[in-house]
Design a binder for this molecule. Structure first.
Ligand SMILES: [Zn+2]
Length: 120
């Protein structure tokens, strides 16, 4: 999950280098607003907690999909060898190919919970 906000100067979205599962946690850690710097125009600004939004981290999901694709392809190419391993192969194969979907669902869930939690 990435946290981002909109720049008050140039209007572009930029990622924040802070971590937290929701706005309540960020407020406890950083207070009502956080100091940030736009990655586009480099303007220093103070971002109110309620202006922080979450989005899915594409990198994590991409890595998951690569692992899934490699698992799928290696099973396809080495199916003969794998079959000798018996039923265990189905568990390994199933686990690896469902990993990207699991990661995606976890990401989606944390993003939705972050964006739905507001601070007063
Ligand atoms: Zn900017």
């Amino acid at each position: 999950m990435n946290l981002y906000t909109r720049c008050t100067s140039c209007g572009n979205h930029f990622n924040l280098k802070i971590k937290g599962k929701d706005r309540v946690e960020i407020k406890m850690k950083y207070g009502d607003s956080i100091a940030s710097q736009c990655s586009h125009c480099h303007t220093q600004q103070s971002t109110p907690i309620k202006k922080i939004k979450a989005e899915t981290n594409q990198l994590i999901i991409s890595i998951g999909f690569i692992i899934g694709a490699v698992a799928f392809l290696s099973t396809f190419f080495f199916i003969g060898k794998y079959l000798a391993l018996g039923k265990a192969v189905y568990f390994i194969y199933g686990g690896l190919t469902s990993l990207p979907f699991l990661l995606w669902r976890i990401e989606e869930k944390s993003v939705r919970s972050f964006n739905s939690t507001n601070v007063k």
